[in-house]
Design a protein around this ligand. Structure first.
Ligand code: BES
Ligand code: MN
Ligand code: ZN
Length: 497
């Protein structure tokens, strides 16, 4: 993982591989850029002008051997209009800068973007963003290639911060950003692994490794025999068509007194979703290896919380299984009995996420959580409704939903709330069981959440549908690490940080 340190010395006297300076629209310099411009006798300004540098957020220009300073290269990065520097533009600028540095051979960079005034955000937030985005931009998944290519050289970024008063905030922010990026790396690695490697058993092993890395984390893995004793008929039904045994992975992070009620995070860990007997079409079916992104997010979040020694208790629950067709698979029309006692008529075996989650939600009751958040790549309908920009949010508690929406805004990993009105519950009526597992074509994301709501009546609960946000399709197919930034921010907010 990339390292971050704070520095406050002279920008021009120190030798460095790379110096990153911000430029506002109309080529108005930030203080660092001004310093370099003066040291180079106005050459920096001249070059920017000659290259017609627009300074839109994220634009970059790499200049080698600028006279007057001892940096191997200077990267000018656009910040847009000074008076309109929003959190989003800042993040875009930082991302552009990170990409530009990573395209060079620099091992160490000095970033002066802390000095940019960002609307509504403080030094800690800026440092968090810089660390997070630099570390995340350096992420590569080459594990399964024989030739790993040129790995990124950048190992350290110094945050230039002349304002000593901000010192502590910058250090904390950078540590937070780095820890979130470490969690995101875990999420992405697990999610990018294919279904033949990342099985429920593999996920359980990774959870054990996580507990080995942190003394504050305890892991318990429930086997199918345990699930049978608990009456988890829904989770077991989904797993029946698979030769890989299902696992229920339970992580407990202790950062506060034992009697402090935990926050529980439940993540869908479906390591491959072929749809079961209600088989999916072949097109893009490979992407259903990502159906465990919710579960991976739970692992990543626990890692982040542990790295930051967050003063709270956190429980992570990951129901993990495959969903495959086969002679022993569950079928449309089957009626199954969930751990809660409620019976479910299976009308589509491809609506399996809610089935493994409902038993996990019931299981979570035993922790007497103060809030439960489930995270799941649950419905294609969520992509239709919100695209890939926002995660879908639904829940039975307005304060909890508000807190999650706010955390999404702060972290720039946004969610958007959809209604969970009683009217929609009608769609889940079954002639043969307490409820059906699908609610027809209309409002697919909402009826999926309505189903979960029936198993979340005993606690404050929110559901994040991350079908659109957890991975990119097409050319840069791969896991995004979302919604870890949102959830980490939510936890930070809960600790009053
Ligand atoms: N894992 C899928 C949801 C999904 C689909 C995520 C596409 C990302 C991209 C889920 O298990 C599923 O198959 N849902 C069905 C529900 C339907 C049968 C009611 C869907 O969305 O089509
Ligand atoms: Mn499915
Ligand atoms: Zn699924």
């Amino acid at each position: 993982m990339m390292d971050f340190a704070r520095q406050s010395g002279s920008l021009i006297k120190k030798r460095s591989d790379c110096l990153i300076v911000g430029i506002f629209e109309k080529r108005k310099p930030t203080p660092a850029a001004e310093t370099l411009d003066q040291a180079s006798d106005g050459l920096l300004g001249k070059i920017l002008k000659r290259e017609n540098f627009k300074a839109n957020p994220g634009d970059t220009l790499t200049i080698h051997h600028l006279p007057g300073c001892r940096a191997e290269r200077v990267i000018a990065v656009g910040l847009g209009e000074r008076k309109k520097l929003t959190g989003k533009s800042f993040a875009k600028a930082v991302e552009g800068a990170a990409r530009a540095v990573l395209a060079t051979a620099a091992k160490k960079a000095v970033c002066t973007l802390m000095e940019a005034p960002v609307q509504g955000h403080d030094a800690r937030w800026k440092a968090r963003q810089i660390a997070l985005r630099f570390a995340d931009a350096a992420y590569r998944f080459t594990e399964l290639k024989s030739e790993s290519g040129d790995p990124p050289r950048l190992k350290q970024v110094d945050l230039h911060c002349p304002d000593k008063e901000d010192g502590e905030a910058v250090d904390r922010g950078a540590e937070e950003g780095r820890s979130i990026a470490t969690g995101m790396k875990l999420v992405k690695d697990l999610a990018n692994l294919p279904g033949n490697i990342c099985t429920p058993t593999y996920l359980a092993e990774q959870a054990r490794h996580l507990a080995d890395r942190h003394g504050t984390v305890k892991v318990t893995v429930l086997e199918e025999s345990d699930m049978e004793k608990l009456g988890m008929g829904a989770l077991l039904a989904v797993s029946r068509g698979s030769r890989q045994p299902a696992k229920l992975i339970v992580l407990e992070y202790r950062g506060a007194k034992a009697k402090d009620k935990p926050i529980a995070v439940v993540g869908k860990g479906l390591t491959f979703d072929a749809g079961g007997i209600s088989l999916k079409p072949a097109q893009n079916m490979d992407e259903m290896k990502y159906d465990m992104c919710g579960g991976a997010t739970v692992l990543g979040l626990v890692e982040t919380a542990a790295l930051l020694d967050m003063p709270l208790n956190l429980v992570g629950v990951i129901p993990s299984s495959e969903n495959l067709p086969g002679g022993n698979a569950f079928k449309p029309g089957d009626v199954i009995k969930s751990m809660s006692g409620k019976t479910i008529e299976v009308l589509n075996t491809d609506a399996e996420g809610r089935l493994i989650l409902c038993d996990a939600l019931t299981y979570t009751e035993r922790f007497e959580p103060r809030a439960v958040i489930d995270v799941a790549t649950l419905t294609g309908a969520c992509i239709v409704a919100l695209g890939r920009h926002a995660s879908g949010l639904l829940g039975n508690d307005d304060d909890l939903c508000r807190a999650l929406l706010d955390a999404g805004e702060t972290s720039l990993d946004r969610a958007w709330r959809l209604p969970l009105w009683d009217e929609y519950q009608e769609q889940l009526k079954s002639n043969f069981a307490d409820l059906a597992n699908i609610g027809g074509r209309d409002a697919g994301t909402i009826t999926a959440a309505c189903f979960l709501a029936r198993f979340a009546e005993k606690f404050k609960w929110a559901h994040l549908d991350i079908a659109g946000t957890a991975w990119n399709t097409g050319q840069n197919k791969g896991a995004t690490g979302r919604p870890l930034p949102l959830l980490a921010q939510y936890l930070l907010d809960q600790t009053g940080a």
